[in-house]
Design a binder for this molecule. Structure first.
Ligand code: 3PG
Length: 212
């Protein structure tokens, strides 16, 4: 479990992906790798999510594949069956969290308030998705939350792109930064693989000099 969080922290970025066509899975995975961001959060916002997770897991083994928008336990079970190595959810669903903890599956549930963080801590979690990051108070809110919750790590996501990524990257409590800016659905739909790789490289450059 810890191993996955270490990997995510080494990469520093988690592309949040909405993909409609399973045939786009492999070229997208290769573009992420070419761009130096070998991780994908495949969201359950399309009917293709399971198949995309399965194809990437089987055919692009260098890519760390997780599932996002996992809003209940059933989706978590589907994601893991398809091969996902970690689960991300926008909110804090105790049922999903409990199932993942029982199965020893890394889960990053959403928590953007002290109360939600305390709920997570009581279940043994220490990593949370801070979502929607910009609307929840941004980097300064994370800093404020880190005062009472010194051991907690965050994956801020929502409203982040190259312009503000550094505000989050400089915080010690940030494990990795999530976002869709380098993998926008229209880029995927229009098969702009080189552009996706370029945006990934640009994102990595924006993070240079920060350690996670
Ligand atoms: C998510 O679910 O993580 C967000 O939709 C990603 O937010 P972004 O599109 O603003 O990066």
């Amino acid at each position: 479990m810890l191993n996955i969080f270490t990997k995510l922290s080494t990469i520093g970025l988690i592309p949040v992906i909405k993909i409609e066509n399973p045939d786009h899975a492999i070229p997208l995975g290769k573009a992420l790798i070419a761009g130096g961001v070998p991780v994908a959060e495949i969201t359950f916002r399309t009917a293709a999510a399971e198949e995309v997770i399965e194809r990437l897991t089987n055919e692009v083994p260098e890519l760390l594949v997780g599932a996002g928008t996992v809003i209940n336990r059933t989706l978590a079970q589907k994601a893991i069956k398809a091969g996902a190595k970690f689960i991300v959810s926008p909110g804090f669903n105790p049922e999903t969290v409990d199932w993942c903890m029982e199965q020893k599956i890394p889960i990053i549930p959403g928590a953007n308030t002290p109360s939600l963080i305390e709920q997570g801590l009581s279940k043994g979690l220490e990593v949370f998705k801070f979502f929607p990051a910009e609307n929840s108070g941004g980097a300064s809110m994370i800093q404020a939350l880190s005062a009472p919750f010194g051991n907690v790590h965050f994956v801020p996501t929502g409203g982040i792109d190259t312009k503000n990524v550094a505000e989050y990257a400089r915080l010690d409590s940030v494990l990795a930064i999530g976002g869709s800016w380098m993998v926008k659905p229209d880029l995927i739909q229009n098969e702009k693989w080189d552009e996706i790789a370029r945006l990934c490289r640009e994102a990595r450059l924006a993070l240079q000099g920060f350690s996670f």
